[in-house]
Design a protein around this ligand. Structure first.
Ligand code: CO
Length: 142
């Protein structure tokens, strides 16, 4: 079911500081911050040869990251995003196996404009999992 890792997301209290740390200490290629108000985050992309890391700062009081950062004030790994070929087939198999999909079973449009689902961290060893349909299948939705 799982293909490549699309991204690993790290929640941070200050995305400018996190971006500077990745750029200067880790010598990483880092994008400019982008505000995504519909997702409640400001994101910086750290480009790696085989994948990317997303540094996420909460944007707005309703951000899904507010509670997470209250628990982990210095930041922490928030989720890992795997690509799948067929999101609905993956969902059906996971739900049949007892996994819980967050926010209802219907895919939402994620931060990259592609359909995504989030799986309950308690079903996967404490890790929030995002599934994203890979580009080959998402076609016009990109
Ligand atoms: Co993500």
């Amino acid at each position: 079911m799982l293909k490549r890792i699309n991204h690993i997301a790290i929640a941070v209290p200050d995305v400018q500081i996190a971006a500077a740390t990745y750029r200067e200490m880790l010598d990483a290629k880092v994008s400019a911050p982008q505000a995504l108000p519909e997702h409640g985050v400001t994101v910086v992309f750290v480009e790696l040869p085989n994948s990317k890391v997303e540094l996420l700062e909460p944007l707005g009081a309703d951000s899904p990251l507010v509670k997470f950062l209250a628990r982990y004030p210095t930041g922490g790994m928030h989720h890992i995003c795997y690509e799948v070929d067929d999101l609905l087939a993956a969902r059906d198999r996971l739900v049949a196996g007892g996994a819980r999909v967050l926010g209802g079973d219907e895919p939402q449009i994620g931060a990259h404009g592609k359909p995504v689902l989030f799986l309950h961290p308690k079903d996967f060893f404490g890790t929030l999992i995002e599934l994203e349909e890979s580009s080959r299948r998402s076609g016009a939705a990109v």
